[in-house]
Structures are given as structure tokens and as C-alpha cells.
Design a protein around this ligand. Structure first.
Ligand code: THU
Length: 159
């Protein structure tokens, strides 16, 4: 017996093709790039989450001389949102990156740890989180759920 795992990605050629609310969210993620504290990797990541109550909360990666303490932008944004509006479900997240050494023109995929936290956030609010990914420029990927990025996810149901 075999099981097949499928994920659907909607690809937009430019930001202009996105619905207005998503353009705004991606713009917030790009704006957050400027708040990255990344003196060790020089790699900037900006994230923005949209809450059901309409608020947009930003996050940028925050590094530390003790490298394992570096915080990813996605988890910074999700933790900030949960700290400020714990009652409001997260409906979407946009993630973008900038590498000063070369332009990244392909969508940036969140790391595994961030995917797990995004998955937990969906479980917590029982709501799918739309995921928007873009490099510094180029096409945009849209996924309907964080679990499309992490099909075999760990959940609290196991505990
Ligand atoms: N980083 C993120 O912010 N998000 C990810 O999903 C992957 C990596 C950050 C962590 C570190 O500051 C830099 O990118 C290089 O790994």
C-alpha cells in the first residue's frame, strides 16, 4: 500500500495579481525586513501575520552571538501576535527574505521549526492559515494551509 501526499501551490507572477489584503500583508512582511537583526548571517527575513480581528503583526529574524538562540521571523511574528491578541485566530502569514550578497528571486520556504509552530497555531484556533512566500522579488507562492508545508505534522493529540 502506498499513500500519496499532495500540496497545491497557487503561483502569482507579480504582487499586482494578489488580492488587496494579501498585497498589504506581503508589503508588511517586506517592511519588516528592515527590522531584522542579522549581523551574523546578514540574511534578513520579514514576516507578517494577519489576524481575524484585522490586525497585522510583524516579525523579523533576531540573531545572537550564541548562534542557536537566533529567532526566525515567522516565530517572532507568531509569538508577538499570540502575546498581543491571544484570542484572535491567525488567518494568514507572509514571509519574505533579503540576502545583501545576491538577489533571491524564488519564494523563501520557512524552516521546519517554523512550519511546526505554524501548524500548532492552526490547531490552536482550528483555522487554516494561508501562507504567502516571496523572495526579494519574483513570483509569489500561496498555500491554503501551513500543513501543506508540513503534511506529516506533530500535534498535541499524540500527548
Ligand atoms: N531564518 C528565519 O528567520 N526564518 C526561516 O524560516 C529560516 C531562517 C533566519 C534565521 C537566521 O537569522 C537567518 O535566517 C539565517 O538562517
Amino acid at each position: 500500500m502506498k499513500k500519496e501526499i499532495k500540496a497545491e501551490i497557487t503561483v502569482y507572477e507579480t504582487t499586482h495579481e494578489l488580492p488587496g489584503a494579501e498585497q498589504k500583508l506581503l508589503a508588511a512582511a517586506k517592511n519588516a525586513l528592515g527590522k531584522s537583526y542579522s549581523k551574523y548571517s546578514n540574511f534578513q527575513v520579514g514576516a507578517a501575520v494577519l489576524l481575524e480581528n484585522g490586525h497585522i503583526i510583524n516579525g523579523a529574524n533576531q540573531e545572537n552571538a550564541a548562534y542557536p538562540l537566533c529567532l526566525c521571523a515567522e516565530r517572532v511574528a507568531l509569538a508577538a501576535a499570540s502575546s498581543q491578541y491571544p484570542e484572535s485566530p491567525v488567518t494568514a502569514i507572509a514571509v519574505t527574505v533579503r540576502n545583501p550578497k545576491h538577489k533571491i528571486d524564488t519564494p523563501a520556504a520557512p524552516c521546519g521549526a517554523c512550519r511546526q509552530v505554524m501548524s500548532e497555531t492552526e490547531d490552536r484556533y482550528n483555522r487554516k492559515m494561508k501562507v504567502l512566500l516571496q523572495g526579494e522579488e519574483g513570483e509569489i507562492y500561496e498555500l491554503a494551509s501551513a500543513k501543506d508545508l508540513l503534511p506529516l505534522y506533530f500535534t498535541g493529540d499524540y500527548l
